[in-house]
Design a protein. Sequence first.
Length: 404
Amino acid sequence: MTASAPRSILPPLSADEQAHSERLAAFVAAQLLAAGGWLSFERFMELALYAPGLGYYSAGSAKLGPDGDFVTAPEVSDLFSRCIARQCAAVLGDVGGEILEIGAGSGRMAAAVVTELAARDALPERYAILEVSAELIERQRERLGRLPRALSERIVWLERLPQELRGVVLANEVCDALPFRRFRCTEQGIRELGVVLDPRSAARASPAERPVGFTDGEAPADDTLAAAYEETRASLAEPLSAGYTSELCLRAAPWIAALAACLDRGLLLLCDYGLPRRHYYHRERYTGTLRCHYKHRAHEDPYINLGVQDITAWVDFTRIADAGLAAGLAVSGFATQAAFLLGCGIEELVQEASGDAARARLAGEARRLIMPEEMGEAFKMMALTRNVTVPLAGFALQDLRHLL
């Protein structure tokens, strides 16, 4: 995680990035005007991230690694993926079947998982990837194509969820990218925070006069948002004060339901930064958790760098757990990333390295994955299962389900 940065210290866009951002802004503005001058933030985020050929995940900009905007745990170290593989091996030994990874990033986790499983003689029937970014699919194919043929031939790309799946579904930092709605509390209830044209854009004489800009715009909360808010508020220890601003991801439950519908037997393993609900909507978190990521700097303005920055929010893991239960899955584990990796033997993997230099390097990578001030506490792991009988080693050291 990165502390939020003021806009003034963000790196400037290149000429190509600026042109791309302006094209997407014009597209979003057209959608906004066609909708009557106001869009829900959920719809704005959907366009900003996924508009065909223009959205952040649909266009060709680098996203991961030193030249991208953020680094995920699999990019920090293969230790993360090797621990994931250990958990997968146990479940596959119980239920058989395959692995499906949702949003495979650069393909590094897939490569490390299948390599570790091969070393343990526990390869799945196939390793399927469901990816929305054409640019990332190309990177995945290039990386995974370099694996030994016995491994690469097991990897396939899907265009949609399979009708039936037995095995393991992996989703690393996927929930945080689901479009969400925003709200602000008032004395009379809540108002929805949506998106309108910046007044300066609305008043311009021609598109060439100045780039399109956007800003927050309030509207009455519709019945769906109001009901979701009331359900959330009722589960909190204290009311949210006037002015409190936050998010509700109403797409989380349908997404979990869709994954559960195809999981005949096995494990859905989720990793993301987030909190149980009572901590997510704490009174001190009064501006919400919306974060944007550009060139390894985090900030809170979703209306700049459109199409070349990521837009996210923390995950309400209580909502994820409730969705899993409603879909017929068991909540079989909830723990910090640190506890999960320790339970899966990350220390053993470090010690297995040959040579002092290799062990020292891996020890440094492990610290970044498990230390509280790094990724160890902010990121959580959740196991949703159906008819899995083996114990889950990743959740043996810590059980935080009572906080959900």
